[in-house]
Design a protein around this ligand. Sequence first.
Ligand code: SAM
Length: 211
Amino acid sequence: MDATLIDKYFPNLTDVQRQQFGKLGVLYQDWNQKINVVSRKDIDELYLRHVLHSLGIAKVMPFLPGAQILDVGTGGGFPGIPLAILFPETQFTLVDSIGKKIKVVEEVKEGLELTNVTVKNIRVESLQAQFDFIVSRAVAAMPTFVHWVRGKINKESVHSLKNGILYLKGGDLTEELKSYRNAQIFDLSEYFAEDFFDSKKVVYLPMKFRG
Ligand SMILES: C[S@@+](CC[C@H](N)C(=O)[O-])C[C@H]1O[C@@H](n2cnc3c(N)ncnc32)[C@H](O)[C@@H]1O
């Protein structure tokens, strides 16, 4: 496990951020021995498969100070925790319906002293709040996901004309996204060419999408 991978693609990290990314690996290794929040096969490649993958969203949408971001189905904290380290002036709400996963996220948040993270054990359907962007990875098919979150996207975004869903997905998305004509797809190999050889993508659905 090597956090210097993050420096390679995000060369302007502060000392605090560098320390937080370094400590994150230690915390997840400890937690994974008690609760399987990251698959055992992936823990050795945590920085590549989870941290760098999560930060793909940052390459597509550099969040502004004061923006409100919701991570739906955060599991052990992905993509929300790496993004919260990278954007310390942006507010992140991380939700998951499974209490023991949320407990781990709380502990990681405390361990990294992340003051811009709120953690909630709730199904997203029950959450009453508005956000500039909704981020997620590996939670539900797009039609279900859109149904859950479309009422939670802030029309008065801090990002001015930009708001909506940023979803990490892989593979051929033609069929899944055919009803969302203004979906934009960003291939992560464009940003992380030397380290990402498979077909991982960020799907950006601005708010005024059809479907
Ligand atoms: C496959 S895991 C992905 C976890 C994390 N996003 C990641 O990529 O590592 C899916 C997570 O979504 C959560 N989840 C599924 N439906 C949900 C809902 N309606 N509201 C909140 N969390 C949900 C599950 O509890 C689970 O932790």
